[in-house]
Design a protein around this ligand. Structure first.
Ligand SMILES: Cc1cc2nc3c(=O)[nH]c(=O)nc-3n(C[C@H](O)[C@H](O)[C@H](O)COP(=O)(O)O)c2cc1C
Ligand code: SF4
Length: 667
């Protein structure tokens, strides 16, 4: 292998069966929820085209259902319907315009699904319910197996007619083929169960049928789970054997890999920042040693150097960069021209991609407000013309994004930050155990702001008088939120906000109760940090689970493992009703709301993750104390005033970034 620029391997072309890919970066398959009524949409085409324009070497679309019994989530592409073909053609035309090949992923999710949408029983090798869907599947009979195989061939034919360069069979983390391959879910005693040669029969039949449907001119890939990480499931040795069997057919052009089972061990497939990068590379490395086909390695490739190193080490022939290109469509192009430092590196936060999938929302990205909106044009600037003088007040993600977008549109932007460093709450959030990568949100934006010539003035408190005197053309307020004491605190000095506990301005010590009303990282992060400092920690929540929303970002498993390891106790369904000082201790009166039981919880400190209040003092001063000349603030200032993020309404970081972009684009 060889390649141009600072990367020895990344930019070397590779032959994959009948295809040649220009480089080794694959935009591997992932759900988007962009489908409309089971059909591919204009958003699909714009989304994939943006990654092709950004230099990806190969694009593999999300899965296309191969059979009406497979409809596990609402916005799945129903590949078995011939009406998909025009939508396929729209996607492939848009991607091919950039000279990039594109494959379609074919799948039947088998028992990892529910019949709630299809109103049909789900199909699987054996009646083994999936732990997430908890639905007992119908064990398929031989004639139904033939129907499954025919379904794959039918959809492969639709893909060929739709202009795809080939197809990939999802036999990995959520698939009826995986269900047959895995000893954990295949309990059959017929010729499709028992020894691996039998369990792999369905895969081999599908390979033969699909190859017959697409002919020799299109590429055929097989995606395999290398390690299911479940009791009695497939492990790497069997996975290698499966790869060898697929390769031995002589009909498969490449092997893609993954790790985990989408429902039981999903947190390892789309690993969050709690899991180290490169964690899954033992899988492609082992498969690559056993087969002579190109092998794709996937999992937390964050930057092109890391990808190039994996190629150099012989761990894989291609690198799947999924969230990395959801976050920055130009990941590859920036690396190619030596501007890798400009890549908006994915945070592996899962907040707007994986998190939204689980909630039936379209795919987005916390870092990239354009993700999911590629087909929607940005608003036209309100007054037109670049060169306006824009003052942004506040250096958190909302202010930074507004500054970057406005500067990108040619305005002269100055950003003011009251404290000595930019970052706002993100800097606090990134300072706790295993959350440092969240800080890349600010680092990426700050680098872009510097590149675009935004003047950043830290340690500068902006007043209404200053703004009036300066009279810029537009002011964007991104002044954030301030901690609010819960109503029950009674002003007790040892009831603090988690932010104050994390940044050290409240010296919580001894036994600490962390009150989780936000259901996200705030309480769990503070609890971990306090435990690491030697405190005795209990987290209480009015919800059913501590850190409830960590479930959708796939952080709940790692939180619970760490909480146990660190001796952090958890108590759910508890509402705090009051606090008092007693014998030198802080006592919280609380109620276990399902039973009405009164509780008295003694501690030294309470650290509260509770809703914050908008820091909108400056906004109100501009609105109320104006000079009567009008303005967007509704009061009297001779310039536009906009608010973004928490100073408007305290929410999570994605909202600040989206509003920063929206306002910055409209100036
Ligand atoms: C939102 C989302 C949906 C996914 N859906 C699929 C899918 O339909 N088929 C599939 O084979 N992999 C799917 N994956 C897994 C990815 O292909 C990939 O293995 C995983 O994201 C790890 O790569 P990354 O760290 O580069 O994101 C999905 C990943 C994400 C983030
Ligand atoms: S939302 Fe987070 S994990 Fe998902 S692509 Fe964006 S930065 Fe990466």
């Amino acid at each position: 292998m060889s390649g141009a620029g600072p990367y020895r391997y990344l930019f070397s072309p590779l032959r994959i069966g009948p295809l040649t890919v220009p480089n080794r970066v694959v935009f591997s398959a992932h759900l988007t929820n962009y489908a409309q009524d089971g059909l591919p949409s204009a958003q699909h085409a714009a989304y994939y085209a943006a990654r092709a324009a950004g230099g990806a070497g190969l694009i593999i679309t999300e899965e296309h259902s191969t059979h009406p019994t497979d409809w596990p989530y609402e916005k799945l592409i129903h590949g078995f319907r011939p009406e998909v073909i025009p939508g396929y053609q729209r996607i492939t035309r848009a991607v091919h315009a950039h000279g990039v090949p594109i494959l379609a992923q074919l799948n039947h999710n088998g028992g990892q699904a529910s019949g709630m949408f299809s109103r049909l029983p789900v199909w699987a090798p054996s009646p083994v319910p999936d732990p997430l869907f908890r639905e007992v599947p119908k064990a398929v009979e031989e004639h139904e197996i033939r129907e499954i195989v025919a379904g794959y061939a039918l959809v492969a034919g639709h893909c060929a007619a739709g202009g795809f360069d080939g197809v990939e069979l999802q036999c990995s983390h959520s698939s009826i083929v995986r269900g047959f391959l895995s000893p954990a879910t295949n309990r059959r005693a017929d010729r499709y169960g028992g020894p691996l040669a039998n369990r792999a029969r369905l895969l081999l039949e599908i390979v033969a049928a699909v190859r017959a449907a697409i002919g020799p001119g299109l590429a055929l890939g097989v995606r395999i789970c290398g390690d299911e990480l479940i009791e009695g499931g497939t492990t790497i040795d069997e996975a290698v054997e499966v790869a060898r069997m697929a390769a031995d057919t002589g009909q498969v052009d490449y092997i893609n890999t993954s790790i985990g089972v989408a429902t039981a061990t999903l947190y390892m497939i789309e690993a969050s920042m709690q899991v180290p990068p490169g964690y899954a590379m033992y899988i492609p490395a082992a498969i690559r040693r056993a087969v002579s086909l190109p092998v794709v390695g996937v999992g937390r490739f964050k930057d092109p150097k890391q990808a190039d190193r994996a190629l150099a080490a012989g761990q894989c022939d291609l690198v799947g960069v999924v969230r990395g290109q959801i976050a920055d469509p130009d990941f590859t192009a920036k690396a190619r021209v030596g501007e890798a430092a400009r890549i908006r590196t994915c945070l592996s936060c899962n907040q707007e991609c994986v998190g939204r999938m689980g909630l039936n929302r379209w795919l987005g990205c916390i870092e990239n407000p354009r993700t999911g909106r590629e087909s929607v044009p940005l608003p036209a600037p309100r007054r037109g013309g670049p060169g306006r003088r824009v003052y942004v007040v506040g250096g958190g993600p909302g202010g930074l994004q507004a500054a970057v977008t406005a500067a990108g549109r040619g305005h002269r932007v100055t950003l003011f930050e009251r404290s000595g460093r930019i970052g706002g709450q993100v800097a606090v959030a990134a300072s706790v155990p295993a959350r440092a990568e969240f800080g890349d949100l600010v680092r990426n934006l700050a680098a872009e702001a510097a590149r675009l010539g935004v003047e950043v003035r830290t340690g500068f408190e902006v007043s209404a008088a200053f703004l009036r005197a300066e009279a810029p053309d537009a002011v964007v307020l991104a002044t954030g939120a301030r901690p609010a004491r819960p109503w029950w605190s009674g002003g007790h000095p040892r009831v603090a906000d988690v932010r104050e506990v994390i940044d050290g301005s409240a010296a919580a010590a001894g036994s600490v109760i962390v009150v989780d009303e936000l259901g996200f990282h705030q309480a769990t992060s503070a609890a971990e940090m306090l435990a690491d400092r030697g405190c005795s920690v209990e987290v209480i929540t009015n919800g059913m689970v501590v850190g409830q929303d960590l479930g959708v970002t796939l952080d709940l498993e790692t939180w619970n493992v760490k909480a146990h390891a660190k001796g952090i106790r958890q108590r759910t369904d508890v509402v705090v009703l009051g606090s008092r000082e007693e014998d030198g201790r802080l006592v919280l009166s609380a109620q276990h709301h399902p039973t009405g039981t009164a509780l008295e919880l003694a501690c030294d400190w309470a650290a509260c993750a509770v809703p914050a209040q908008p820091e909108d003092t400056l906004w109100r001063e501009l609105r109320d104390g104006g000079d009567g000349s009008g303005g967007a603030a509704g009061g009297g200032v001779p310039f536009e005033v906009h608010r973004v993020g928490d100073c408007l309404a305290p929410r999570r970081a994605h909202a600040a970034v989206i509003e920063g972009e929206r306002v910055g684009a409209a100036l």
